[in-house]
Design a binder for this molecule. Structure first.
Ligand SMILES: NC(=O)c1ccc[n+]([C@@H]2O[C@H](COP(=O)([O-])OP(=O)(O)OC[C@H]3O[C@@H](n4cnc5c(N)ncnc54)[C@H](OP(=O)(O)O)[C@@H]3O)[C@@H](O)[C@H]2O)c1
Length: 279
């Protein structure tokens, strides 16, 4: 049986992978700081896993624009070190990236082979991480995803789920404005974790994959469907993104990944219903 290591065990995706691999070694930031090059090299060489899932990330898109250093450390340098050590011990590295490596100006979205062109520092840090993984490790899967959600994390730094924010606002009876002119594919972290496990177990060809639930949505569509499934009467209004004050980082208007290499995952509406009724 393969020896599996999950790094970033407390994040949205990390927790789902840990539940799929109960026998795996799983490390959070306190067990392994991916920015600490010698710790990564020493601890992983000593463990000698066959497969490493890297679920660590710096996901604060506006924070990265103001100060790119931590994003570069965790999203670019960390994966580079992981790629080097995985290559040395002949392990397979499964690394995750984002739709924000693309410019986001194509309504039709992007396939695995389209040329990345990030428009913000976060996207650039993730692209540099992708390139390091591909350059330094022979056995790798890079899985890009977007608009990820999972059960609320116990980790203070983990990215907050849009769904939880919407539910909290509705519960407080607050009027909610949700953007209806930016688009993406809401993706359940459990579905992404299952896809990642299948990729590895089926020994599919190494390279870049897109892991997303199917179908396009705006944040408004996503919030509306959440309230419909939960039977909540919310005061929800669609608004253009320009309604809100400008953010530090530009966002792609169409963060739309197309999966052309792996059997398609279920629709975002079916995944959302599963998540909301079973959590
Ligand atoms: N969330 C999204 O909407 C989204 C969208 C597109 C792509 N992605 C990608 O999908 C993957 C998974 O994202 P996610 O939402 O699961 O992320 P997440 O919930 O924010 O979790 C990231 C984890 O990384 C860990 N981490 C941060 N810095 C670290 C360091 N220096 N050393 C070790 N661990 C560190 C954090 O650990 P602690 O908990 O210990 O602080 C946290 O648990 C990432 O590659 C991300 O870029 C996510």
């Amino acid at each position: 049986m393969s020896k599996v290591l999950i790094v970033g065990k407390n994040g949205n995706l990390g927790r789902e992978l840990v539940s799929l691999y109960p026998e795996a070694t799983a490390w959070g930031r306190t067990e392994l700081d991916v920015a600490d090059e010698s710790a990564v090299l020493n601890k992983i060489t000593e463990l000698k896993p066959d497969i490493v899932f890297n679920c660590t990330a710096y996901n604060d898109v506006d924070g990265a624009e103001q100060n790119p250093a931590p994003a570069n450390q965790i999203n670019a340098k960390g994966p580079e070190t992981l790629a080097k050590v995985c290559d040395q011990i002949s392990a397979t590295l499964v690394h995750f990236s984002t739709g924000q490596v693309f410019a986001g100006d194509s309504k039709d979205g992007y396939t695995e082979t389209d040329t990345p062109q990030p428009i913000n520092a976060y996207g650039q840090s993730k692209l540099t991480g992708e390139q390091a993984v591909a350059n330094f490790c022979q056995k790798y899967y890079i899985i890009r995803t977007e608009w990820l959600y999972a059960k609320p994390s116990t980790s203070g730094t983990s990215k907050k789920s849009f769904i939880d924010i919407m539910l909290k606002m509705a519960k407080a009876g607050k009027p909610i404005k949700a953007v209806d002119d930016e688009f993406g594919k809401p993706t359940y972290a459990r579905d992404l974790a299952i896809m990642s496990k299948e990729l590895v177990e089926q020994n599919l060809v190494y390279g870049i994959y897109h892991g997303i639930n199917e179908g396009l949505a705006s944040r408004y569509d996503w919030a509306k469907e959440t309230f419909r499934i939960k039977n909540i009467e919310a005061d929800l209004t669609p608004v253009p993104a320009s309604t809100f004050p400008p953010r530090a980082a530009k966002r792609p208007q169409y963060e739309v990944l197309n999966n052309t290499k792996f059997p398609k995952l279920r629709s975002w509406q079916d995944a959302l219903k599963d998540y909301l009724t079973n959590n």
